[in-house]
Design a protein around this ligand. Structure first.
Ligand SMILES: Cc1cc2nc3c(=O)[nH]c(=O)nc-3n(C[C@H](O)[C@H](O)[C@H](O)COP(=O)(O)O)c2cc1C
Length: 188
């Protein structure tokens, strides 16, 4: 039940990043959640670059992030999820490292939510510049990054309230079928 609550409470909150330090124990807990994600053939292709040095966060965000993501530099922690595609399988043209990294990221986001921390997955960055700043090897791909922070004001629940009210999702009835494509499933 707690997982379902975290899923429904999680939202992307780049506007709510406090610069207050996040305890190492909490950083470890979200990384552990990511490490436990499932992966194709259990290949676990993921690597996590955790940035806590304020100067490096400033440099990376200013130099490699899109304009809309500049606000991320307020965060005391940035987590970069990357993999070498050669470490994972390609099945029928599908590169499973991206899928595996996505699962790891979602575990991380949910664990952070559970701990009352703010996150915001971001793909708006120059991969080449980012890899250069962080010394990530040439063959690696950076899939997604998230800041990790305490919310600016009040609790996670208070900070997320407004955005959750505006959350927009397709209806289940638009995206689910029963037994056969096109046959509608009676859901909300
Ligand atoms: C792979 C991925 C990349 C994203 N990249 C960005 C980004 O660069 N900048 C940004 O502001 N939001 C980014 N987002 C956040 C999405 O816009 C957000 O998840 C979506 O609007 C749903 O909102 P919610 O996360 O609050 O439920 C990204 C999300 C994902 C999953």
């Amino acid at each position: 039940m707690e997982t379902i609550k975290a899923i429904s409470s999680r939202t992307s909150l780049k506007t709510q990043l406090s610069s207050k330090p996040v305890e190492q124990d909490k950083i470890n807990q979200v990384l552990e959640a990511a490490r436990l994600a499932p992966s194709a053939r259990n290949l676990q292709p993921w690597y996590f670059v955790v940035i806590t040095d304020k100067k490096i966060i400033e440099e990376v965000v200013t130099g490699a992030f899109s304009e809309g993501n500049q606000i991320a530099k307020q965060a005391p922690v940035m987590i970069v999820i990357c993999a070498d595609p050669n470490d994972d399988v390609v099945v029928a043209g599908k590169e499973y490292y991206l899928f595996d990294l996505g699962l790891a990221m979602e575990n991380l986001l949910l664990a952070a939510t559970d701990l009352g921390l703010v996150t915001h997955p971001m793909a708006g960055f120059s991969e080449g510049k980012l890899k250069g700043f962080l010394g990530i090897p040439e063959t690696f791909r950076v899939a997604v990054i998230t800041p990790l922070a305490y919310p600016i004001s009040g609790s996670y629940t208070d900070s997320a309230q407004e955005r959750l009210k505006q959350r927009s999702r397709k209806k289940l009835s638009e995206i689910t079928y029963l037994n056969r494509w096109g046959k509608s499933l009676k859901v909300g």
